[in-house]
Design a protein around this ligand. Sequence first.
Ligand code: NDP
Ligand code: 2IT
Length: 445
Amino acid sequence: MSGYAQEIYERVVRNNPGEPEFYQAVKEVLDSLTEIIDANEDKYRSVSLLERLIEPERVVSFRVPWIDDNNVVHVNRGYRIQFNSAIGPYKGGLRFHPSVNQGILKFLAFEQTFKNSLTGQAIGGGKGGSDFDPKGKSDREVMLFCQSFMTELFKYIGADRDVPAGDIGVGAREIGFLYGHYKRLTSLYEGVLTGKGIPYGGSLGRTEATGFGLIYILEEILRHRGGKLKGKTAVVSGSGNVATYAVAKAQQKDMRVVAMSDSDGYVYDPQGIQLDVVKEIKEVRRGRIREYAEIVPTAEYYEGKGIWTIPCEIALPCATQNELTLEDMQTLHANGCRIVAEGANMPTTREATDYALEKGIIFMPGKAANAGGVATSALEMAQNSMRMSWSFTDVDAKLQHIMADIYDKTASAAERYGVPGNFVLGANIAGFEKVADAMMAQGIC
Ligand code: NDP
Ligand code: 2IT
């Protein structure tokens, strides 16, 4: 990084104290854009393009008081980061997890801006959430929390303004509660959230979309190299929405998935993960992944981190940011792993990413690899505005087309900039170009 990009990076660190994940996400993008920034420096400087690109258009933060089943009052903090609306209304998930803070949501909203651009759809970048922990809470407590959260959030969102969705800790149950309360507060029946239930405006295929999309782009990677998914061994971290449907599609493609995890530990099943067991534990009972090994005799449970020590050809991190470190990448490489594709947002540390690229591991960053979720959210928005619903087959076909298109854009941008196969650079450039063009055209705003 040099010149203008370096100045901007220093500005980010100076103006956003204590937000390391945000610095990390910005640095990766600026590093990728060095050549394009150098070539357009005067043009970009004249309108402070980069200064505007790294500053969220709006950050909303609010108190979320709620009462638990024992009548104890709790107070959490809620946020919505409306990062960039150059190409469409803000779009991005809500995360409920105790680790949530402003810096993490800013990194996610910043990434979302480029990811959404890559999908080719008219959606800007946003993200929100709360440090509320839904784990161990009753349905009633989750509902009361969601209602209190929406009591503030509804002022800032709308079908043509900002359309939140799910992320960690926010699934169909939470979206239902949030939607019901939005409707009550506004008297509007509109597509203000995506990931809704099918009976009230949800799109078929949205639940599966992020995981399925990840496998579709993986298939594209292999197709361009004369390879196939069939028979490949994979390790998938996490056991939530993204991990579950990545495993489902991988198994449909005859891959062998031998491990999954949660924040407590991981299970290794050399016979191949039985996904119906995982779904029963996670989706029905809201239990822990360790229960898998109590049910399936061929599996072993290991407490703590360590899932990346299991030999595999393909690694799919689908849990959370910075879960795959340099040491993990070295181990994966030594064990013969040849492809890493990010189902989660920024799950790979920068050092690990650089090591993968240096060693020739094919590395598909989250911006491209997990964009199928938000792309299908945009399809849900389209169906809502038309008051129509498409079949699962239609939505899935569109998703496959979108993922192939994202692969092409990413690969060709990398080629144009003289680093074929560097999908990190390719995704950042391809995502940036459209946003930058739109910002340039719209004047100083
Ligand atoms: P879920 O809440 O459904 O699942 C999250 C999974 O990751 C759980 O298995 C969880 O374990 C694990 N996990 C969460 N936080 C941590 C942590 N700090 N350390 C270790 N494990 C952790 O979320 P999603 O599947 O929706 O999201 C997973 C990732 O994918 C996130 O990075 C998200 O931003 C990204 N993503 C999600 C999309 C979507 O459509 N849902 C779209 C694109 C990206 P535990 O249950 O123990 O907490
Ligand atoms: O990170 C993501 O892309 C998501 N959590 C999905 C966002 C969305 O609006 O569907």
